[in-house]
Design a protein around this ligand. Structure first.
Ligand code: IMP
Length: 454
């Protein structure tokens, strides 16, 4: 029977990462959020990072949705977010400096979101140490928080409102299990003391109390009023725990389907999905990267060099260093095969390609720009991202289309037709191979430096 109360007008846009994160989702999300009434983070946690600009000030955010700079937007940290109260309160303190209107009233936190405790970061370290091939996580405790949740001894944001002795009781269950592991790994300094943690986190709960909500009520409010909703994606298709390069993935389903659950939305609420990538590719952490180019990086650090490799040129031109961790990113050519597979997993309607200006400069420096249009894998040419790389131990070999030279674009260019022909050719290769129309093109660092094709 149809729901009489709700019209289910699709009102939500998911801003989805196409690659391994850091595609510049925040930039398009801020633009899209300008006329939204609700902006939601539904996946990941403080492993994500993006910067927003408010009245000329650049502010780094990890948990608060970037839509906070729109004074009309309610910002919900949804049930799917691994919520770190310590980092959140630091972020709030930072935001308060900029006198953003009604900050306290506009930020809402789902009571059902799992809480990250300091011991989750220690567990992140422990799990990484135990592995022959570490994932290279952000050490923000994301995996351990979700795994406690799946094992049903995690604490949720609501638990922070319990009296300290009850909170200590719940933390005590985690302590009973995890302290054994800390002792076995000679990590005695990490042993959990439930009582002192409960005292500390109860205090955070009291500060957070006015922001803690039933997230379903917030999305119902948006649904009933037909308000525009933005889901600010975190991480990306190739980091999704099921679609991605397992085990080199994050611990949430960051594709559209997972983002909907994490955001308290249903599939009928979804209006469109914008798939975001850069005009080149980047990755932090370990795992396969078919179009990766050589660079002077060792153990997550840039080592001294005289002559740059192509990967160094892309990293430096694109300022490819992690917002959350400061790590230099591995860089390579754009990969339209991944975009095609990402479009299928995410249900993408449009694409946004950032750094079209940067790849033009890179082309001028290197004399060429490449786009991966197919792979050779296990002796065959394929047009999808294979899922058995761990088994075959073969990273697909890219087949490239090569454009000679580069271009220069002014960041105030808004007319697609005025782009250099070579840049248009670049866009059409990506469109043809991926099958997803390119609607947005980033041509400069500011949010408004964007060509929007009608
Ligand atoms: P975790 O999410 O901290 O567990 O890290 C798992 C993998 O995802 C690592 O390779 C991280 O570098 C990567 N990762 C997690 N969040 C982001 C992100 O926001 N951008 C880029 N990579 C990320």
């Amino acid at each position: 029977m149809a729901n009489k109360e709700v019209d289910y007008l699709p009102m939500a846009t998911h801003i989805a990462g196409a690659m391994w994160g850091d595609e510049g989702k925040g930039k398009i999300a801020s633009g899209e959020a300008e006329n939204a009434r609700l902006v939601i983070r539904g996946t990941g946690g403080a492993n994500a990072g993006h910067s927003v600009v408010y009245k000329g000030n650049k502010i780094g955010l990890h948990l608060v949705p970037g839509g906070i700079t729109n004074p009309n937007a309610i910002c919900l940290i949804g049930q799917g977010v691994a919520f770190d109260p310590i980092l959140f309160l630091k972020e709030l303190e930072e935001l308060e400096k900029y006198e953003i209107p009604n900050l306290g009233e506009r930020i809402k936190i789902s009571g059902r979101a799992p809480v990250v405790f300091p011991y989750h970061k220690d567990m992140d370290e422990l799990y990484e140490r135990a592995k022959d091939k570490p994932v290279g996580t952000t050490r923000r405790g994301i995996g351990p928080t979700y795994s406690d949740y799946d094992n049903r001894f995690a604490l949720r944001v609501y638990d922070l409102l319990l009296p300290p002795y009850e909170l200590a009781g719940k933390i005590g269950v985690a302590a009973k299990i995890l302290n054994i592991l800390f002792a076995a790994f000679d990590m005695d300094e990490c042993i959990i003391n439930p009582e002192s943690l409960a005292e500390e986190f109860h205090k955070y709960g009291e500060v957070l109390r006015p922001m803690i909500v039933n997230g379903d009520r917030i999305t119902r409010w948006a649904r009933q009023n037909g308000y525009k909703v933005i889901i600010e994606g975190a991480q990306a298709y190739r980091l999704d725990k099921n679609y991605g390069d397992y085990p080199n993935v994050t611990s949430s389903n960051c594709v559209t389907a997972g983002a909907l659950i994490g955001s308290h939305l249903n599939h009928k609420d979804l209006d469109k999905v914008i798939l975001v990538s850069k005009a080149y590719a980047s990755r932090v952490g370990n795992g396969p990267f078919p179009t990766e180019l050589m660079a002077h990086i060792e153990n997550d650090k840039v080592i001294p060099y005289e002559k740059p490799f192509a990967g160094d040129v892309i990293r430096e031109e694109g300022h490819e260093y992690g917002v959350s961790t400061g790590r230099p990113r591995r860089c390579g050519w754009a990969d339209a095969v991944i975009l095609k597979s990402a479009g299928e997993a995410e249900g993408a309607d449009f694409q946004c390609i950032n750094h079209l200006d940067t790849i033009g400069k890179i082309g001028q420096i290197l004399g060429e720009i490449k786009v991966c249009v197919a792979y050779v894998y296990q002796g065959e040419q394929i047009d999808f991202y294979p899922d058995d790389i761990e088994l075959t131990k073969e990273t697909p070999t890219p087949i490239y289309e090569t454009l000679k030279g580069g271009w220069e674009i002014s960041s105030d260019l808004r007319d697609y037709d005025k782009l250099p022909d070579l840049a248009k050719k670049f866009v059409s290769i990506i469109e043809d191979v991926s099958g997803i129309p390119v609607k947005y093109l980033g041509v400069g660092p500011k949010n408004q430096d964007m060509i929007v094709r009608s």
